[in-house]
Structures are given as structure tokens and as C-alpha cells.
Write a protein that binds this ligand. Structure first.
Ligand code: ATP
Length: 137
């Protein structure tokens, strides 16, 4: 697959890391084909993360993802999903490799700076959740 979906999460937006994170993404060979700053409503976050709705951290996750603006983007590169997950690093920044986005910018397993789709199918679903067709280039 050639595309993945990402969000710069509220913690990283609050901390002023939008520019540095987008710079690292494009310097790593990803082309930005859609981009917007937006804020998820509670119902949006519940739907986006529905797969996690039985998990103990679900309420915390929805609170976190709705507490401020995010930056949503669609990224293009060969092998996009896998390469982007390598670039962001492990979910828990303590386990993330040196130089990864989460190692540099994430605070905790919950407030972990960025999202990256985990499959080509989810990348499509997640991109369409945030962007109309005419907003993706
Ligand atoms: P993402 O889907 O955001 O790229 P991921 O695939 O690395 O992250 P998942 O296991 O799918 O991680 O969890 C989704 C999100 O839920 C995490 O990115 C994190 O924000 C939150 N989360 C996961 N585990 C925990 C936890 N133990 N406590 C609090 N929040 C968590």
C-alpha cells in the first residue's frame, strides 16, 4: 500500500511540536497528500477508537483525544503503513527506539504524540473518517 493516515495528538500540538514532527515525516520520504488541524468531538473519538471500547483506558483515551486540536494527515510512500509505524516507534515511548517520533516527543503510553494506521484497510477507513475525497491529493 502506498498510503497511511496519521494524527499529531493533542499532547504534541499543545507542546508546539507540529512543525518538527511534520519535518521529520517529510524528511523520511513521506509526501503529505492531505492535511488539516481539527478537534475531535467526543462522539468522533468514540467512533474512531471503537475497536478499543472494552479496554480499561477507553474513557481516558477519548478524554485525551478530544481535549484540544489535532493535526490529521494522509501520507504517501511505498510501504507506507509499515514504514510509518517504524518511524513513530513503539506505543509506549519507553520502548520506542532512539530517534523515533514517540521517543522524542511522547510523554507516556497514553499521551504518545502521534497515531499511525496499523493496516492498509484501516488507513483507508481512517483517512475517509477525517477527509472528503476532494481534500486528498
Ligand atoms: P495508535 O493506534 O494511536 O497509532 P498504537 O497502535 O501504537 O497507537 P493501540 O494499542 O492501538 O496503540 O492503542 C491506541 C491508543 O490508545 C494508543 O496510541 C494510546 O494513545 C492509547 N493507549 C494504548 N494503551 C494504553 C494504556 N495502557 N493506557 C492509556 N492509553 C493507552
Amino acid at each position: 500500500g502506498k498510503r497511511t493516515f496519521t494524527m499529531i495528538k493533542p499532547d504534541a500540538v499543545e507542546a508546539g511540536h507540529i512543525g518538527a514532527i511534520l519535518e521529520q515525516i517529510t524528511a523520511s520520504g513521506f509526501k503529505i497528500v492531505a492535511l488539516k488541524m481539527t478537534q475531535m468531538a467526543t462522539a468522533d473519538a468514540q467512533e474512531f477508537y471503537a475497536v478499543h471500547n472494552e479496554r480499561p483506558f477507553f474513557g481516558e483515551l477519548v478524554e485525551f483525544m478530544t481535549r484540544g486540536p489535532i493535526v490529521a494527515a494522509v501520507l504517501e510512500k511505498e510501504n507506507a503503513v509499515e514504514d510509518f509505524r517504524a518511524l513513530i516507534g513503539a506505543t509506549n515511548p519507553e520502548d520506542a527506539a532512539d530517534g523515533t517520533i514517540r521517543k522524542k516527543y511522547a510523554k507516556s503510553v497514553g499521551e504518545n504524540a502521534v497515531h499511525g494506521s496499523d493496516s492498509d484497510e484501516n488507513a483507508k477507513i481512517e483517512a475517509s473518517f477525517h477527509f472528503a475525497g476532494r481534500e486528498m491529493f
